[in-house]
Design a protein around this ligand. Structure first.
Ligand SMILES: Nc1ncnc2c1ncn2[C@@H]1O[C@H](COP(=O)(O)OP(=O)(O)OP(=O)(O)O)[C@@H](O)[C@H]1O
Ligand SMILES: [Mg+2]
Length: 551
């Protein structure tokens, strides 16, 4: 058969003209040049975007970070150890996305949304980009609703509002996680969705934390994102962004969410490792130059949206671990400058029994005051000042009676305030109870009892108020601090204090207890069968109850 070139040409022409390029599946494919430490270099992806998701064999996902003239540097998520030189890499043309949604609540997941708790598959319907541009000025509104932690020391002096970023900073083992966990537990009955991101922590710690939340009934409202200590650096790097994306799902649905990043020091270390392996130039403390941007773009995503956009909020509680109290190290100063305030915890205070071990002098909340309810703002006004005065004079306390009366009074008041603000972990307190206790302390109702009885006084006061003044407490919790309410509180607290009895006179000297003591002993003798002792034992038990478990 003779081949006619004309015919073939026309057939080819027809074919080419009819080609529908949109339906054709054209992907750009590259090959792995080298792989190590969860990082690989890829040749042939000329059009690749920064932060683009890449597909590799064995369900490994890559994230393109370094776009260079002849290759792409990418970090790998999943079983990257199975990747070998020469494997093919496909572009997805999508930026990295994280599965999000209500289905994740109550679960422990890795930063890519895979379950780690053995409770079965998670079928999420939505996803969000891991890196998302923070809302602009117009889209925001000022922080105006409180995000109560249930801790007297925080809610009174360092109030946090929904949409705020409040840093929790301190050395290791100073109770940083405890504050965040209390905040989650305290909000379990409110409409606040929580995401706890554990970065570089031991798995056993995270399991313990999940158990704590479950026991408190707060787990079903919480997503735990875990990138444990043994994970490769890229997973730890991704974790906070993933947690943020999961929180943003609620934020952009008009709900309120809280994200805890525990902790960003380890995040920065993971990023440093990744950057050095990607051969980015090291800077101060060997961190890459963009370590500030690393955290600022994360924390800027915390926001209170304006009402047109649904009024949702995302509150962020980043945690930073310092070395020997050094807040002027590179990463701590960066994060301090991006957040709206910090809660500073000190090992010295922790060891002397102040729990939570907050240094009031340098802890601040720059915006949360607007979100505080009026009664709390009013009763707590003097608290910070009096505590700071006490801390200043504390060194003199060993001189005891040689001090002038004014100093002695400040010291006595300070000791009682410190006692008042002590609170065991996992016992968050409703705000109205806090108001009453702080009111009693700052108005001198504790000045005439001995320090050891303060715990019992406050616990009994709270019981008394709950039992007899429920209506008044409700008014206070709704923000009512009118003159009538104040008088009612004043009356209730002072009559309770009268009933409780005094140990000291107005000047702070022990009362002459002769009559009282003799009457008590005669009562005890009279009963004859030791029931009086039983009563006293009970009393002692009660006095010890509110102490922190491992104080
Ligand atoms: N208010 C409190 N009352 C009593 N104990 C507390 C209180 N807060 C924390 N603790 C105890 O102090 C210890 C350290 O607390 P936590 O784990 O929260 O500290 P951390 O700063 O997060 O530690 P790490 O640096 O290991 O992460 C824990 O044993 C905890 O039970
Ligand atoms: Mg911790």
């Amino acid at each position: 058969m003779q081949i006619k070139p004309d015919e073939i040409t026309s057939i080819l022409k027809n074919r080419i003209e009819g080609l529908d390029t949109s339906s054709a599946d054209l992907t750009e494919v590259g090959t792995v040049l080298s792989v190590a430490d969860g990082i690989c270099r890829i040749h042939g992806l000329d059009e690749c975007m920064s932060f683009e998701m890449l597909e590799l064999p064995h369900d490994v996902t890559g994230l393109a970070l370094n776009l260079e003239s002849d290759n792409v540097g990418a970090v790998l998520f999943g079983e990257w150890a199975k990747i070998v030189e020469g494997d093919t890499v496909k572009r997805t043309k999508r930026l990295l996305e994280i599965p999000v949604g209500e289905e994740l609540l109550g679960r422990i997941v890795d930063p890519l949304g895979n379950p780690l708790d053995g409770k079965g598959e998670i079928n999420t319907s939505a996803s969000r980009p891991s890196e998302f541009k923070a809302p602009g000025v117009v889209q925001r509104q000022p922080v105006k609703e409180p995000m109560l932690t249930g801790l007297k020391a925080v809610d009174s002096m360092i109030p946090i509002g929904r949409g705020q970023r409040e840093l929790i900073i301190g050395d290791r083992q100073t109770g940083k996680t405890a504050i965040a966990v209390d905040a989650i537990i305290n909000n379990q009955d409110r409409d606040l969705r929580c995401v706890y991101v554990a970065i570089g922590q031991r798995k056993s710690t995270v399991v313990g934390l999940a158990k704590t939340l479950e026991d408190a009934g707060a787990l079903q409202n919480t997503i735990i994102v875990m990138a444990s200590a043994d994970e490769a650096a890229p997973i730890k790097f991704l974790a906070p962004y993933a947690g943020c994306a999961m929180g943003e799902h609620f934020l952009y649905n008009g709900e309120a969410a809280l994200v805890v990043y525990d902790d960003l020091s380890k995040h920065a270390v993971a990023y440093r490792q990744m950057s050095l392996l990607l051969r980015r130039p090291p800077g101060r403390e060997a961190y890459p130059g963009d370590v500030f941007y690393l955290h600022s773009r994360l924390l800027e995503r915390a926001v209170k949206l304006n009402d047109d956009l649904g009024g949702g909020s995302l509150t962020a509680l980043p945690v930073i671990e310092t070395q020997a109290g050094d807040v002027s190290a590179y990463v701590p100063t960066n994060v301090i400058s991006i957040t709206d305030g910090q809660i500073y915890l000190e090992p010295g205070l922790f060891n002397s029994g102040v729990r939570p071990a907050i240094n009031v002098g340098i802890s601040v909340s720059r915006v949360g005051g607007n979100a505080q309810i009026t009664p709390m703002r009013r009763v707590a006004g003097r608290l910070k000042l009096e505590l700071s005065q006490y801390r200043e004079l504390e060194a003199f306390s060993q001189f005891g009676s040689e001090l002038d009366p004014e100093t002695q009074r400040t010291l006595a008041r300070g000791e009682r305030l410190v006692k008042t603000l002590n609170q065991a972990e996992r016992h968050p307190m409703p705000v109205e109870d806090q108001v009453i206790q702080v009111y009693a302390a700052t108005n001198g109702y504790l000045d005439r009892i001995v320090v050891d009885k303060v715990d019992r006084f406050l616990a009994d006061l709270t019981d008394h108020m709950r039992g007899n003044e429920a209506e008044l407490l409700k008014q206070v919790s709704e923000g009512d601090w009118s003159d009538d309410t104040q008088q009612a509180v004043e009356k209730a607290v002072s009559s309770f204090a009268e009933d409780f009895g005094f140990d000291l006179d107005e000047e702070g000297h022990p009362l002459d207890e002769d009559d009282e003591a003799s009457s008590r002993s005669s009562r005890r003798d009279g009963s004859g069968d030791g029931s009086g002792d039983g009563e006293r034992d009970q009393e002692e038990d009660r006095a010890q109850e509110p102490e922190p478990a491992n104080a």
